[in-house]
Design a protein. Structure first.
Length: 333
């Protein structure tokens, strides 16, 4: 699975094609297949044949453009392998290439009001979202990822050193997008800031993201997952691993069973990326503090459908100086 994940992250088309020794198609692997495998707790060493799509959709090399578009639309797929008469791979077509690039009107809300205290003294004079990784600020890198996928309708929440952020991004026209700002006079938390958004502007599912994250997550895939599962809220989750630096004793009451030497543990953590139904925004007043865990827990108690979306792509929370250094090193690679 690890190799399949690397292929998806390196490739531009978000699909891996599995072939036999003769080059004949055996199956395909997409983001969805990877995420389902992760949720099923399959180990990274799992062979691709265990979780690939064994009945992939494909077209022959003499395909007609209109028919290919119709087939991809019916199957709700964005890439399709091209095969010859012996079902050997000869190419790959994408819906993006067949159609003009579609703009996505869904609003994007970037949280950029934090103090960044753990990054002191770097944040004494510059707000954390404007700290640079390479030649560009963190927040600009986030925004450009969205722009690459067709998003153009942005809102940015500000508080600490707000004027620097507004002066840098202005109205977004430099990037061919629209940026509007909401200002927190007092910190309201991620959930509370939702109440400051102009409600008349929010009529589609909104993607919300912390302004100190770097990730290669496929936002269109995230949005599609949210809409297909008919959730009121979807939270991106990332797998976090750590190694216990001691031998862990396994026992049954007072009976010794064995010692597991320095075992690794893994958990899914909140990745700070969400998709929210417009009704959530419309129900927030923006006059009191509310964090996202509380908001999501409240929705769950109300029996509203809250889903999780596993992020297998690159993800980094730039919270401390060591994270900023890691981001610089990762950029070089």
């Amino acid at each position: 699975m690890k190799g399949a994940i690397n292929n998806l992250e390196i490739g531009m088309n978000r699909i891996s094609i599995v072939v036999d020794d003769s080059g004949k198609i055996m199956g395909t692997i997409t983001d969805g297949d990877i995420r389902r495998a992760i949720l099923a707790d399959l180990p990274m060493e799992t062979k691709v044949t265990k979780f690939m799509n064994e009945k992939p959709t494909y077209i022959d090399s003499n395909f007609i453009k209109e028919e290919a578009i119709k087939l991809m639309t019916e199957k709700d797929i964005f890439q399709i392998p091209i095969v010859d008469k012996n079902k050997k791979i000869v190419g790959l077509e994408t819906l993006h290439n067949l159609l003009d690039k579609k703009k996505l009107d869904n609003p994007v809300f970037l949280m950029a009001g934090g103090f960044g205290k753990r990054l002191n003294p770097l944040t004494h004079k510059v707000p954390k979202p404007l700290l640079k990784v390479g030649s560009k600020p963190i927040l600009e890198r986030i925004m450009l990822r969205f722009v690459e996928e067709g998003f153009h309708n942005f809102f940015i929440s500000t508080h600490y050193m707000a004027e620097q952020i507004v002066d840098y991004f202005k109205d977004g026209s430099e990037w061919g997008i629209s940026i509007k700002y909401v200002h927190e006079d007092e910190p309201l938390g991620t959930g509370g800031a939702l109440g400051l958004l102009p409600k008349s502007d929010i009529n589609k599912p909104l993607i919300m993201m912390n302004g100190d994250l770097l990730s290669e997550v496929n936002f269109k895939e995230l949005l599609r997952f949210h809409e297909e599962t008919k959730a009121i809220a979807t939270m991106g989750i990332s797998q976090y691993k750590f190694q216990i630096p001691y031998g862990v004793v396994v026992r049954e009451d007072e009976k010794f069973i064995r010692i597991d030497e320095k075992p690794s543990q893994k958990f899914f953590i909140n990745a700070g990326i969400y998709v929210l139904d417009p009704s959530i925004i419309h129900n927030q007043k923006g006059d009191s503090f509310l964090d996202m865990p509380t908001l999501l827990n409240n929705l769950n108690k109300e029996k509203s459908k809250v889903n999780v979306f596993p992020i297998h792509e690159y993800w980094l929370d730039v919270g401390q100086p060591k994270d900023l250094n890691k981001a610089e090193e990762d950029l070089k690679e």
